[in-house]
Design a protein around this ligand. Structure first.
Ligand SMILES: Cc1cc2nc3c(=O)[nH]c(=O)nc-3n(C[C@H](O)[C@H](O)[C@H](O)COP(=O)(O)O)c2cc1C
Length: 459
């Protein structure tokens, strides 16, 4: 018997996210990505379909590895141009009541004091419906535009991020007591100075003496998402994440990561199921299997393999411009996204990928699987993934936007409800409550909880 399936939509405020070329499809509306209404309507559609969250990805540079420049990425609108996801989140909250928002922000390029302020603000304005996707970033182009000569090496980024997390936990969990804000008209005290403590952080990378700028928000620490799948990335996730995303094209590949990260959790005295794990999938659904297959064939006419290779170059740091299309893909070590490359080279010994196959595969649904079929077929396949990969839900990507999300909520959500598999958030719940099924504050066994001051309750 399959567990309830958590649904999270995987999105980015760009013309082409995970399916390069599909913006040219006649039904696609991605060119509306700068209109607020595109996103508020999408959030409402997803909420109606029982999604617990909408996840907003973000990067801070161009995909300029392929051919040594960003031309192919620009022509294909591949994750460029883009908008800032934090700025749209309160507007999405105003247009919805239950769905949560997983917002990406980089610990490599943002000061913790400012990031803590932004997320606390969002947690207030969304009524506790905000999550943070903690990323260390993987693009050299971002590093160069943010004052560095190149990227901080891969594992060092994570080491630095460990200290970063302690700083934000101190700000969120320990710098203001629950009753610090008195707002007492009679005594004339708005904030009780006795109940606000500077965090006095003076570490290797960050110095933050003062307290949080924002008063305690419903969740204090936003729900923490993370998606690193390299060994160092998984260790970081086990230290901090409450929800983890993986992208792998087979349940077996994802299962390897899931087993490993659950083991890492236990070795840190966190329970193996204290983290919810999501696998990315793209679903192409229609009333019947045959119609869904026809839809896939139709979509395939619009793919843009060159833009797909530009995307791959940005993820992995590997430039495949001019490569023999029928040559096998080889593994190299890189400072970029290590698991993205490994999934097509060393993680699946049963499969050798040629460059041509890779470009075709990535063109619809990026590095994840594409599930095609009727609502029953799709639901069966999602259940199979839940069992075989041992995941708790899915990060749903789409090829034609927002038509695919509309089809999913119209066809698949009712099928999941019929099977009793859709745990839907309820009004008034925080994002943490909806996803983890527990309280609105960090669990006692989470690292961040140790930074709580005496005047801060755990729930
Ligand atoms: C589902 C998913 C979503 C991700 N979203 C972002 C993102 O929005 N921005 C970003 O910089 N990295 C993103 N990443 C990349 C990860 O944060 C991480 O940098 C990447 O997996 C490389 O880490 P690793 O080398 O430890 O695997 C995402 C990864 C996954 C699997």
């Amino acid at each position: 018997m399959t567990r309830p399936i958590l649904l999270n939509a995987f999105e980015m405020l760009v013309p082409a996210f995970q399916s390069p070329g599909l913006w040219r499809h006649p039904d696609d509306e991605s060119n509306r990505y700068t209109d607020l209404s595109f996103w508020t309507e999408l959030a409402q559609t997803l909420e109606g379909g029982g999604f617990s969250g909408i996840f907003l990805a973000d990067v801070l540079g161009q995909y300029d590895v392929y051919g040594g420049n960003a031309d192919a990425a620009l022509r294909g609108g591949v994750q460029y141009p883009m908008l800032d996801p934090t700025l749209i989140t309160s507007a999405l909250a105003a247009a919805t009541e239950r769905i949560g928002f997983g917002v990406t922000a980089s610990v490599t390029y943002e000061q913790p004091y400012l990031l803590a302020r932004r997320f606390s603000t969002l947690d207030h304005l969304t009524g506790g419906r905000v999550g943070w996707n903690i990323v260390t970033s993987y693009q050299d182009s971002a590093a160069r535009n943010l004052g560095l000569s190149g990227q901080i090496p891969h594992d060092k980024r994570y080491d630095r991020a460990e200290e970063y997390m302690d700083v934000v936990y101190k700000l969120w969990e320990g710098s203001m007591d629950d009753d610090a804000v008195a707002a007492d008209r009679e005594s004339g005290v708005y904030v009780d100075p006795e109940k606000v403590q500077g965090i006095g952080h003076d570490g290797e990378h960050f110095t933050v003496p003062g307290p949080s700028l924002v008063e305690p928000s419903p969740q204090r620490t936003p729900l923490l998402f993370q998606a690193g799948a390299s060994p160092r990335g998984q260790a970081f996730a086990a230290n901090h994440a409450e929800a983890i995303f993986f992208i792998g094209y087979s349940p077996q590949m994802v299962r390897g990561w899931v087993d490993n990260v659950r083991g890492e959790l236990v070795s840190r005295d966190r329970s193996a199921d204290s983290v919810k794990i999501f696998a990315m999938v793209t679903v192409i659904v229609a009333e019947t299997d045959a119609e869904a297959q026809a839809k896939l064939e139709d979509y395939t006419q619009y793919v843009d393999p060159e833009a797909a290779l530009a995307l791959f170059g940005g993820w992995t740091g590997v430039d495949l411009k001019g490569a023999d299309l029928d040559s096998p893909l080889e593994h190299v070590e890189s400072e970029a996204n290590q698991s993205a490359l490994a999934s097509f080279t060393k993680l699946d010994p049963s499969r050798v990928w040629t460059v041509r196959e890779l470009a075709k595969f990535i063109s619809i649904g990026g590095r994840g699987p594409v599930i095609v079929g009727s609502p029953e077929t799709v639901a069966d396949e999602l259940e199979r993934w839940m069992d075989e990969a041992d995941v708790d839900g899915f990060n749903l990507s789409s090829a034609v936007r927002p038509a695919d999300q509309q089809s999913f909520t119209r066809l698949v959500s009712p099928e999941l409800r019929r099977r009793g598999l859709l745990p839907e958030p309820v009004k008034g719940q925080t994002f943490r409550e909806a996803v983890l099924g527990k309280g609105s504050r960090l669990a006692e066994d989470h690292r961040g909880a140790q930074f709580r001051s005496a005047g801060v309750a755990s729930a």
